[in-house]
Design a protein around this ligand. Sequence first.
Ligand code: AMP
Length: 495
Amino acid sequence: MSFSSLGLSAPILTAVTDKGYQTPSPIQAQAIPAVLSGKDVMAAAQTGTGKTAGFTLPLLELLSQGPRARNKQVRALVLTPTRELAAQVAESVTTYGKHLPLRSAVVFGGVGIGPQISRLQRGVDILVATPGRLLDLYQQQALSFSQLEILVLDEADRMLDMGFIHDIKKILAILPPKRQNLMFSATFSDEIRTLAKGLVHNPVEVSVTPRNSTANTVAQLICPVDKSKKSAALVKLIQQGDWQQVLVFSRTKHGANRLAKALDAKGITAAAIHGNKSQGARTKALANFKSGEIRVLVATDIAARGLDIDQLPQVVNFDLPNVPEDYVHRIGRTGRAGADGKAISLVSDEEAKLLADIERLIGKNLPRTLVEGLEPSHTLPETDLTPKRHGQHKGPRNPKPKSNSQRSSNRSGNGQGSDKAGQPRRGDQAQGNKEGQGRRRTGASTGTSKPTSEGQQAQNQAQNQGKQEHRDGNAPARRRRRRRPSQGAPKPATN
Ligand code: AMP
């Protein structure tokens, strides 16, 4: 399978080649022809599968064939849950559209609205936006949707998690009913399917990752360790493995700050990224992490969502997430688009229930290993994966962790064998599947606008202005709703 067989034209194929992609990823092979057919598409794909190019490439193709956007008009709208994801999608639009005469823009909160209004004045073919700022701009009559052809909802599951449902409904109400709809989501929960009913019509469904399975190239490992020893364990793992680029997940903003400081104190360069940081600080931290200036980025879930860091080799869960689905999202940060990655979770005995929830969700017991010299005082119970009948207890087989003084072995917690820390075993294989080619849309190409580098501009703009947070991409705590928090779990984090 090659990109040229998917129905993309020369300017786009050249950009893809420039980027160094040789073959389409499975989601691209399925989604590109489906989108080009002009039909609505519902795609189940998590970050790291190449989903952004999966919708951006055919979007550019379709838009390159129609009349250019008139003043204040938007021809394709891409909605994302976070500012970082918006900036990254916009960057992809710029990269893949660099040989096309299309105009694009990205808008999100936390930065001045004035430059965004000016940018929209001449109209844009593609607008990438977070929901709150888009509505603000619409209310200020900075844009109009009468020329809208395509709507993309990226990371729809996260949009719902972040409480954007009302904003999404408001946006749908102001768009012309006749349009092509593309919906991308890591998982298709019942909530997502309900949203889809009012959004996509006779959609082509594409899927590359079975529901709640974890990416195929990610090797996962659990390190049981006492809560008070987690920092020391992380330092040891980073030093022993000589990890140069590690994304670490912290459940809380304060925990992220504390950990970044503790790592810095040990001579491991680190920065924290979370909702209390200004947009400028976040952009700078991400840029420094990408360039290798800092080795560790400590992030909360919402801040990390959608971060596109090429071939991230190492992800660490310093705390397990309260919501098991977030584990799948988190480790989607590594092993992206065919590259190998390792995901290590530091798990204390207080997190036994969270671990059991995760292992049940992904349907497997994760291999465990101990960090030498930092063995935990309790052994984590093994998760019983056998399906329970309704009403039966769902906790770990031994819900109370036993003291290690009661157990003789401290080598392997679950009888599944242990590997050396930093050398985890391979994860399960994800599945691929089908979807057919379709009819191409055609249209006249008349526009003359210049290509832009809007994503980069947005990142710079955000960095320069560095203003305090706005609701875009950072839904206020009252709107942030988490699904199925584990009973007895630590207090839910705000990002
Ligand atoms: P995404 O899932 O869209 O966040 O993409 C994950 C990563 O895969 C990004 O860093 C892309 O640059 C990269 N990528 C996307 N498509 C391909 C491809 N066909 N071949 C190699 N890398 C790709």
